[in-house]
Write a protein that binds this ligand. Sequence first.
Ligand SMILES: [Zn+2]
Length: 494
Amino acid sequence: MKNLLEALLAKNVPACVYPSSVHNLNSAVIALARDEQKRFLLVAADSAAHLPEGFAGEAFELANGAYGLVCPLDAINAAALRQHFPWTAPRSLRLERTTIGCGDRLGLATIGQLRAAKNYQLSPVLAQQSMRELSMTNRTFRNVVDDTVFQVFAADYRDGYGADGDHLKNIPDIDIALDAGMPMITLDLSEVMNAAAGDWSDDEVLAAYNALPEDERKLVETQYSDQTFSLAGDVTVAIDAATARRCAVMYNKALAFSEEVYHHIKSRRGDEFDLEISIDETTSPTLPSHHLYIARELQRRGVIVSSLAPRFIGEFQKAVDYIGDLAEFDRQFRVHAKISKSYGNYKISVHSGSDKFAVYPTVGRETAGFLHLKTAGTSWLVAVSVIASREPALYRQMHRYAEEHFNDMLKLYHITADLSRIPNLDTLPDSELPALIDSHPDARQLLHITYGPILTGPLRQPFFAAMHKWEEDYAQALEKHFDKHFSRLGIPKR
Ligand SMILES: [Zn+2]
């Protein structure tokens, strides 16, 4: 089999195969290879008739009647891989204890992320993107999943991985993610919940509450008003009448929508899905009493969620560590974890979860590893760091381009970077560029939020060319970065 691959490779010098990607399929052999410009799939068999079906590419006749295809990494060949190697397709991780979202905006990060993930007792959600990220990177959910399929195949990773249509707000968008085979849906309730009512006076809340249907009000009064809920570990959560009314006004519509979405996903995937409810994209922290109301109402409505993302106290800004009172975070996180255990037993999901090393000990301990942690942009920043160390001239161009687009991107992301604190790039030697992106919070945030303009503008081609050249550096840096995350969270090693 190997010599068939070598014969096919000889038609494409200089190129090499990824050793772990070589897979036999009956009398054929399939592998991922790369030349100086790109990656591609090789399919070879002892005769044309023995080529596995579904693959499409340039055909080559080899010696002794053998036959080979050199296939681009496109949707057709990704589908063929999923058909012949079902472990390359994403699956539901609802039965897995520890799940980690490892976003890959480049379609290049999976290999390095897996090197770290496979050493720990966790299941990675390798394909994960929001609509915002899709539009920023000119990708589709189909692209996101297919890019992951090729990398999972290359890494020979057979333990199963998830794919998350992240922060989706309506059923048409959810359908696009489901059509692309994504088993995890993160339902973002920010547009259907009435977050503003969190700041209303009791009188304003009462007026809105009185307009709710009678059966809803009756439920609030019998189930929640002036009730104290006892959770495990001597934790209690009290809900007074005014808070109960406020919860109904803020969340009842969103809860009904969650129920609709749940049944919709179930009708399409049976039990093979993971529904995450996200209420983190709001301005004020989720109070334990509100979390309890949401969890208990989801349970009453029969909505089974795999995970739920509250908005935590303090700030989870992109690219930097936790900002806030750690003792208070500790105290509140513990209550959130108990609520999730008592009402539905779902995972607490920590969004913008990368680089929050200060809170990882609490998150790992209070959930005992039954958690979902979502990272996305941090793998992009690791790529920027590789560019800073290997291609300093390109890094300087990216940095300047990021500055030009910073104000536009600030409209989309809440960060507190102050660009005047970044050292003058013109006088900074090349040798100090990697430290700038690895440890300067303002520079990190600048590059973090400007990935869209960089990846879709004039720097796209030179950036991806450089990443192809330095892909082994990228894999090593990602392994180290994710290993630090997993170990600080206290996830047991395999
Ligand atoms: Zn989020």
